[in-house]
Design a protein around this ligand. Structure first.
Ligand SMILES: *[C@@H]1O[C@H](CO)[C@@H](O)[C@H](O)[C@H]1NC(C)=O
Ligand SMILES: *[C@@H]1O[C@H](CO)[C@@H](O)[C@H](O)[C@H]1NC(C)=O
Length: 148
């Protein structure tokens, strides 16, 4: 009986390790998509132009995303959502959300080019998707389809 114990322990232990790494992965996934949902929900209700016209607030978001400053809860949502949003470019979004995200990206790119460069270095260091992103940002259809 005693001879089996170490093996059994090892077995139980590795099962626990596997299970906990699966759970960790799931929790991370849930958290990220939860934050993305929060961020997109925010785009549904805020006036993006008004927020973007406030330099102080934009600076705070940018510093959060660039990890050089503290994050508000909304900033944290944005930061966590960004990797996925850069990949899928708001494919799952409604028109208002897409327009909002496009305005945010365009604003930072045009008005804060140095910050934009730093954001790109973090989220697309190999510049794999720069051209897709530029097409998304330039999209002519949805520039101003949402008033305000
Ligand atoms: C670029 O886009 C592709 C297709 O959506 C995606 O698989 C890839 O992870 C993206 N790369 C980066 C750095 O986001
Ligand atoms: C949308 O914005 C881009 C960049 O500012 C601009 O070049 C383009 O003409 C705009 N399109 C419309 C329909 O306003």
């Amino acid at each position: 009986m005693m001879r089996n114990t170490p093996a059994r322990w090892a077995c139980t232990c590795s099962l626990i390790l596997v299970a906990s790494s699966i759970i960790t992965t799931l929790v991370a996934a849930i958290t990220t998509s939860e934050r993305e949902r929060n961020f997109l929900r925010m785009l549904d209700v805020i006036d993006v132009d008004l927020v973007l016209s406030n330099q102080r607030i934009v600076t705070k978001y940018v510093r959060c995303v660039l990890r050089t400053g503290s994050c508000s809860p909304e900033g944290r949502d944005l930061k966590q959502a960004l990797p996925h949003l850069f990949k899928n470019l708001c494919e799952q979004c409604n028109v208002r959300q897409t327009t909002g995200l496009r305005k945010i990206f365009r604003h930072v790119k045009l008005n804060r080019p140095d910050d934009w460069k730093k954001v790109m270095q973090i989220y697309d260091p190999k510049r794999e998707n720069v051209s897709r992103l530029d097409i998304f940002i330039r999209n002519e259809k949805n520039n101003n389809s949402i008033p305000g």
